[in-house]
Design a protein. Structure first.
Length: 188
Protein backbone atom coordinates (compact mmCIF):
# COMPACT_ATOMS: atom_id res chain seq x y z
CA UNK A 1 0.00 0.00 0.00
CA UNK A 2 1.37 3.42 -0.91
CA UNK A 3 1.71 6.40 1.38
CA UNK A 4 -1.29 8.75 1.36
CA UNK A 5 -0.83 11.98 -0.54
CA UNK A 6 -0.16 14.99 1.64
CA UNK A 7 -3.23 17.07 2.38
CA UNK A 8 -3.80 20.77 2.37
CA UNK A 9 -5.52 20.68 5.72
CA UNK A 10 -3.74 20.29 9.04
CA UNK A 11 -6.70 20.87 11.36
CA UNK A 12 -4.41 22.91 13.64
CA UNK A 13 -6.35 26.06 12.80
CA UNK A 14 -9.71 24.61 13.71
CA UNK A 15 -9.37 26.27 17.11
CA UNK A 16 -9.25 29.74 15.54
CA UNK A 17 -5.48 30.15 15.65
CA UNK A 18 -2.75 30.18 13.04
CA UNK A 19 0.93 29.40 13.26
CA UNK A 20 3.66 32.02 13.22
CA UNK A 21 6.93 31.76 11.35
CA UNK A 22 9.50 30.27 13.76
CA UNK A 23 6.89 29.08 16.22
CA UNK A 24 3.98 30.19 18.27
CA UNK A 25 0.33 30.63 17.47
CA UNK A 26 -1.96 33.63 17.35
CA UNK A 27 -5.69 34.06 16.86
CA UNK A 28 -6.84 34.43 13.28
CA UNK A 29 -8.47 37.77 14.07
CA UNK A 30 -5.18 39.30 15.26
CA UNK A 31 -4.44 42.63 13.58
CA UNK A 32 -1.16 41.35 12.14
CA UNK A 33 -2.95 38.34 10.69
CA UNK A 34 -5.49 40.75 9.17
CA UNK A 35 -2.59 42.56 7.51
CA UNK A 36 -1.17 39.23 6.29
CA UNK A 37 -4.56 38.48 4.75
CA UNK A 38 -4.50 41.86 3.03
CA UNK A 39 -1.03 41.13 1.68
CA UNK A 40 -2.26 37.77 0.39
CA UNK A 41 -5.20 39.51 -1.28
CA UNK A 42 -2.81 42.01 -2.87
CA UNK A 43 -0.79 39.12 -4.31
CA UNK A 44 -3.98 37.65 -5.78
CA UNK A 45 -5.11 40.96 -7.31
CA UNK A 46 -1.66 41.34 -8.84
CA UNK A 47 -2.08 37.86 -10.30
CA UNK A 48 -5.14 39.11 -12.16
CA UNK A 49 -3.12 42.11 -13.36
CA UNK A 50 -0.25 39.89 -14.47
CA UNK A 51 -2.62 37.70 -16.48
CA UNK A 52 -3.99 40.82 -18.16
CA UNK A 53 -0.44 41.91 -19.02
CA UNK A 54 0.51 38.79 -20.99
CA UNK A 55 1.17 40.96 -24.05
CA UNK A 56 3.62 43.11 -22.06
CA UNK A 57 6.42 40.81 -20.81
CA UNK A 58 8.35 43.62 -19.09
CA UNK A 59 5.44 44.79 -16.94
CA UNK A 60 4.28 41.22 -16.40
CA UNK A 61 7.73 40.38 -14.98
CA UNK A 62 7.64 43.48 -12.77
CA UNK A 63 4.28 42.39 -11.36
CA UNK A 64 5.62 38.88 -10.73
CA UNK A 65 8.60 40.41 -8.89
CA UNK A 66 6.20 42.48 -6.76
CA UNK A 67 4.19 39.36 -5.96
CA UNK A 68 7.35 37.60 -4.83
CA UNK A 69 8.35 40.58 -2.67
CA UNK A 70 4.95 40.45 -1.01
CA UNK A 71 5.79 36.95 0.18
CA UNK A 72 8.78 38.52 1.93
CA UNK A 73 6.39 41.05 3.49
CA UNK A 74 4.09 38.25 4.67
CA UNK A 75 7.00 36.32 6.19
CA UNK A 76 8.21 39.45 7.99
CA UNK A 77 4.72 40.09 9.37
CA UNK A 78 4.04 36.53 10.44
CA UNK A 79 7.36 35.97 12.22
CA UNK A 80 7.38 35.26 15.91
CA UNK A 81 8.67 38.55 17.44
CA UNK A 82 11.16 36.62 19.60
CA UNK A 83 12.70 35.06 16.49
CA UNK A 84 13.12 38.10 14.24
CA UNK A 85 16.90 37.59 14.41
CA UNK A 86 16.36 34.46 12.29
CA UNK A 87 14.86 36.39 9.37
CA UNK A 88 16.89 36.67 6.17
CA UNK A 89 17.04 40.01 4.30
CA UNK A 90 14.91 40.02 1.13
CA UNK A 91 13.80 36.43 1.81
CA UNK A 92 11.83 36.77 5.04
CA UNK A 93 12.84 40.27 6.16
CA UNK A 94 11.86 43.49 4.40
CA UNK A 95 14.81 45.87 4.09
CA UNK A 96 15.05 49.51 3.04
CA UNK A 97 16.66 48.66 -0.31
CA UNK A 98 13.37 47.00 -1.35
CA UNK A 99 11.56 50.30 -0.85
CA UNK A 100 14.38 52.20 -2.55
CA UNK A 101 13.87 50.00 -5.61
CA UNK A 102 10.16 50.88 -5.69
CA UNK A 103 11.00 54.58 -5.49
CA UNK A 104 13.42 54.30 -8.42
CA UNK A 105 10.74 52.57 -10.49
CA UNK A 106 8.17 55.23 -9.61
CA UNK A 107 10.59 58.02 -10.52
CA UNK A 108 11.53 56.39 -13.81
CA UNK A 109 7.92 55.73 -14.82
CA UNK A 110 6.67 59.20 -13.93
CA UNK A 111 9.55 60.71 -15.92
CA UNK A 112 8.48 58.61 -18.92
CA UNK A 113 4.77 59.33 -18.47
CA UNK A 114 3.69 62.21 -16.27
CA UNK A 115 0.64 61.66 -14.08
CA UNK A 116 -2.45 63.62 -14.98
CA UNK A 117 -3.48 66.08 -12.24
CA UNK A 118 -7.04 64.68 -12.01
CA UNK A 119 -8.85 61.99 -10.07
CA UNK A 120 -9.31 58.87 -12.20
CA UNK A 121 -12.27 56.49 -12.28
CA UNK A 122 -10.67 53.00 -12.19
CA UNK A 123 -11.59 50.38 -14.75
CA UNK A 124 -10.34 51.60 -18.13
CA UNK A 125 -8.62 48.24 -18.78
CA UNK A 126 -8.51 44.86 -17.03
CA UNK A 127 -4.88 45.38 -16.07
CA UNK A 128 -5.38 48.90 -14.72
CA UNK A 129 -8.48 47.83 -12.76
CA UNK A 130 -6.54 44.95 -11.18
CA UNK A 131 -3.66 47.32 -10.32
CA UNK A 132 -6.07 49.76 -8.70
CA UNK A 133 -7.67 46.94 -6.72
CA UNK A 134 -4.25 45.72 -5.58
CA UNK A 135 -3.35 49.31 -4.62
CA UNK A 136 -6.40 49.69 -2.39
CA UNK A 137 -5.79 46.36 -0.69
CA UNK A 138 -2.13 47.29 -0.07
CA UNK A 139 -3.36 50.52 1.54
CA UNK A 140 -5.70 48.48 3.75
CA UNK A 141 -2.75 46.28 4.78
CA UNK A 142 -0.86 49.42 5.71
CA UNK A 143 -3.80 50.67 7.82
CA UNK A 144 -4.03 47.31 9.61
CA UNK A 145 -0.30 47.48 10.36
CA UNK A 146 -0.64 50.94 11.86
CA UNK A 147 -3.53 49.72 14.02
CA UNK A 148 -1.43 46.74 15.11
CA UNK A 149 1.50 49.00 16.01
CA UNK A 150 -0.79 51.30 18.02
CA UNK A 151 -2.12 48.20 19.81
CA UNK A 152 1.44 47.30 20.87
CA UNK A 153 2.56 44.81 18.21
CA UNK A 154 6.09 44.91 16.87
CA UNK A 155 5.73 46.22 13.33
CA UNK A 156 8.76 46.74 11.16
CA UNK A 157 8.96 50.33 9.88
CA UNK A 158 10.46 48.88 6.68
CA UNK A 159 7.29 46.88 6.04
CA UNK A 160 5.10 49.95 6.53
CA UNK A 161 7.28 52.02 4.20
CA UNK A 162 7.36 49.22 1.61
CA UNK A 163 3.56 48.88 1.54
CA UNK A 164 3.15 52.64 1.34
CA UNK A 165 5.51 52.90 -1.61
CA UNK A 166 4.07 49.77 -3.23
CA UNK A 167 0.64 51.37 -3.35
CA UNK A 168 2.21 54.44 -4.96
CA UNK A 169 3.88 52.26 -7.58
CA UNK A 170 0.63 50.39 -8.25
CA UNK A 171 -1.11 53.71 -8.84
CA UNK A 172 1.57 54.69 -11.36
CA UNK A 173 1.40 51.26 -13.02
CA UNK A 174 -2.39 51.45 -13.29
CA UNK A 175 -2.13 54.81 -15.05
CA UNK A 176 0.61 53.49 -17.32
CA UNK A 177 -1.26 50.41 -18.48
CA UNK A 178 -4.52 52.33 -18.93
CA UNK A 179 -2.85 54.91 -21.15
CA UNK A 180 -5.32 57.41 -22.57
CA UNK A 181 -8.36 55.18 -22.01
CA UNK A 182 -9.03 56.51 -18.51
CA UNK A 183 -11.91 58.70 -17.52
CA UNK A 184 -11.32 61.53 -15.07
CA UNK A 185 -13.88 62.27 -12.38
CA UNK A 186 -15.87 65.20 -13.78
CA UNK A 187 -18.02 66.23 -10.83
CA UNK A 188 -15.87 67.26 -7.88
Amino acid sequence: MSEPASTIYTKTGDDGTTGRLFGGRVTKDDLLIEACGDVDETVAALGVAREALQDNPELSQLVLDLQRHLFVVAADLSANPRARHRLTPEVSLVVATMTDDLERRIDRMTEEQALRPVFIVPGATRASAAMDLARTVARRAERHLIRARVAGHIVSPEVVAYLNRLSDLLYVLARRVAGTAEEPVSHL
